[in-house]
Write a protein that binds this ligand. Structure first.
Ligand code: UDP
Ligand code: MG
Length: 325
């Protein structure tokens, strides 16, 4: 019988966790003839009672495993940690807020079982529950990165996908620090079947991604999967050299014909400011790549674990033994 591992990054999901667990257990029950389930929850440094909720779940259900980080490392790091811990034949990553419907797992599983595909990925046809600006921003981002990157980025793609062990191992073999998982999934290749679904609003709690975080995430994606901005800086430079050459010619000819009256100071200042701006912009782009390279060369761990269900159990036992003596 195949084992399906469900990896769930959780940040302040105290309220959604029990609902999520209940919903997936229901699906597991329906699929019990075909597959066994394993849960890998990753507590990404939550500030609410998420860890306690996870301890409780792990206590009552031995299929539940969890990792608890020493601080908030971000969803990408949490997914990586979960994928590393997962031991199933098929592995899926799901949000804890039930925006990814567990009922789809049945369909995804049966597609993989046919053997033609290595991965069943989902994309949402709508963005219910997200603000107008977020929708606009997302649309622009996908248009931009679609032009810039050779790695295909599917608009509306969720991180919710069921993958074979082989594909998971491929994703795990990329140990980069700046992880843009949507890109990594696409980068490893393999045959992916896309299915669509209607996105629901999150069941409880609120979104962890504000526009600032989302912007940083977008820059991460672009820098990780495209070097076009660097080339762009070069092209802008070339363009301005060309303009300068024409201007020099015009000025020489003008001076030869009409003499050299000193004027044009305001226009000069404008041009100076403009070019200064462009130069700083290009330096900024280079800086962004340099910064990422710098972080990458430090080889810092992607995440740090503070507690797992095993370490918690041991600690509890020790404490009990301590009180007995
Ligand atoms: N998440 C996380 N670490 C973070 C932010 C989010 O593990 O720093 C998790 C969160 O608990 C949820 C998933 O990532 O399971 C998606 O987050 P959210 O629903 O807030 O994002 P949205 O659906 O609004 O994009
Ligand atoms: Mg969500």
């Amino acid at each position: 019988m195949k084992v399906i591992s469900i990896v769930v990054p959780c940040y302040n999901e105290e309220k959604s966790l029990p609902l999520f667990y209940e919903a997936v257990v229901k699906v597991a029950e329906e699929m019990k003839k075909d597959a066994e389930f394993e849960f890998v929850f990753v507590n990404d440094g939550s500030k609410d009672g998420t860890l306690n909720a996870l301890r409780k779940l792990a206590h009552q259900d031995e299929r539940v495993h969890y990792l608890s980080f020493s601080r908030n490392f971000g969803k990408e790091a949490a997914m990586f940690a979960g994928l590393e811990k997962a031991s199933g034949d098929y592995v899926t990553t799901m949000d804890a807020d039930l925006q990814d419907p567990p009922s789809l797992l049945k369909k995804m599983f049966s597609i993989l079982e046919e053997g033609e595909y290595d991965c069943v990925a989902t994309r949402s046809t709508n963005r219910k529950g997200y603000s107008f600006f977020r929708k606009l921003f997302t649309r622009w981002f996908y248009a931009l990165i679609g032009k810039m990157s050779k790695t295909e980025m599917v608009p509306g793609a969720r991180d919710f996908r069921l993958m074979t062990r082989q594909m998971v191992d491929a994703v795990l073999s990329m140990r980069e620090y700046n992880r843009y998982t949507k890109g990594l999934f696409s980068f490893v290749g393999f045959d992916t079947c896309w299915i669509e679904f209607q996105l629901e609003e999150r069941v409880a709690g609120k979104t962890n991604f504000n526009l600032r975080k989302l912007f940083a995430y977008a820059i991460e994606g672009i820098v990780a999967f495209s070097t076009t901005p660097l080339v762009l800086a070069g092209i802008i430079g070339l363009f301005f050299c060309f303009i300068a050459a024409i201007l020099i010619l015009v000025i020489i000819v003008k001076t030869l014909i009409w003499g050299d009256p000193v004027d044009g100071w305001p226009s000069l200042v404008c041009i100076l400011f403009f070019l200064g701006g462009i130069q700083l912009f290009c330096t900024g782009i280079i800086g962004e790549y340099l910064a990422k390279t710098y972080l990458e060369t430090k080889h810092r761990p992607i995440y740090i674990v503070k507690e797992t269900e095993d370490s918690y159990r041991e600690k509890k036992h020790e404490k009990e033994r301590g009180t007995e003596e």
